[in-house]
Write a protein of this length. Sequence first.
Length: 119
Amino acid sequence: MRRLRFDPDAAREPRDDLLEGVTVAPLTASMGGGSAFQAAVFRLAAGGRIARHAARCPQILAVLEGAGEVSGASGAAQRIAAGEAVYWAAGEDHETRTDDGLTALIIEGDGLVPYGIEG
C-alpha cells in the first residue's frame, strides 16, 4: 500500500493561463508520462475558475466540497454542488467557475465512460 496526499498542503499552483485561483494535487502521473488516465484534486478559491477550453479527452469533474457553475458545448452555465458530477466528451468546450470556492476530483483519459452511459 502507498498513501497519497491531496490536502491543501500537498497542492501546487500550476502555471496555466486557463487556471485562476486554482491549486492542484495530482493523484496519478500525467498522461504524457505513459498513463492512460489522469486524476487530480482541484481546489478553486472564491472567484476562481478554469477558463473555457476544449477537453483533450473525456473528463469527469466530481464536486467534493462547495459549489459553482459549469458549462459545456452550449456555454449555458448550470449550477453544480458537492455530491454532483459532470462529464465532458473529448473536444467539448467547457468551463468551471465558483463564487464561494469548490473542491473537485477531476478524472480524464481516453476510454473514460461515466457510469450508466454505454460506450
